[in-house]
Design a binder for this molecule. Structure first.
Ligand SMILES: [Zn+2]
Length: 201
């Protein structure tokens, strides 16, 4: 079992203060979260710098990814090392993820820039049910939505500064391998956690 923060913004997002170095240092120092997904806004430029810094450490793993801003709301694409073809709509981004065996996630569905009820018809692979910068109420609504849609629920800090990194995480029944992790998420072999309390979906 591994623990992963599946939603992180670096300085390659306009609104984040977390440098690739911050991300790696905190990941190396963390007692249990050892996997981090780089999901900058509409950019994949942070992936290589973060991976380069991760290289000397055998006990941490970086999942490439991106958070795409569609007019309808934000969608995380876990596994992606390139941007989806434009125009970016819910349909094109979700299809791009399916074509490449990536994982599409409705990010913070009930917060600003979330898909909201549109998630129901979006065909995403998973729903972010525990977002570190959403209210408890918005996360609870997301949990209910995941149950209704029978989709896996993932957790990510959505951190924009170092102090917010790894505030929440997803427990995944997989080894330290990106493809295995992506497959396990789709199969729902996951639980989300904040502090010591764990909720299973
Ligand atoms: Zn985000």
């Amino acid at each position: 079992m591994i623990r992963a923060d599946l939603h992180i913004h670096t300085t390659f997002s306009d609104d984040s203060k977390t440098t690739p170095k911050d991300l790696i240092e905190k990941l190396v120092a963390h007692p249990s979260v050892k996997v981090a997904a780089v999901t900058d806004h509409d950019s994949i430029k942070g992936i290589d710098p973060v991976r380069r810094l991760a290289k000397p450490y055998s006990d941490i793993l970086i999942i490439p990814g991106v958070e795409i801003s569609t007019p309808e709301g934000d969608i995380l694409v876990l596994g992606a090392e390139e941007l989806p073809p434009k125009p970016w709509t819910v349909q094109t981004v979700v299809d791009f993820a399916k074509d490449h065996s990536y994982v599409s996630v409705a990010a913070h569905p009930f917060r600003e820039w979330g898909l909201g009820e549109l998630t129901m018809t979006s065909n995403v692979d998973a729903i972010e049910v525990l977002n570190g910068s959403s209210s408890a109420q918005a996360n609870k609504q997301a949990v209910e939505l995941a149950k209704t849609m029978k989709l896996p629920g993932v957790a990510g800090s959505d951190s924009h500064q170092p102090s917010e990194l790894y505030s929440v995480y997803t427990e995944i029944q997989a080894s330290m391998d990106v493809d295995e992790i992506l497959r396990a998420i789709k199969k729902g072999l996951i639980a989300v956690s904040q502090t010591e309390k764990s909720i299973r979906f």
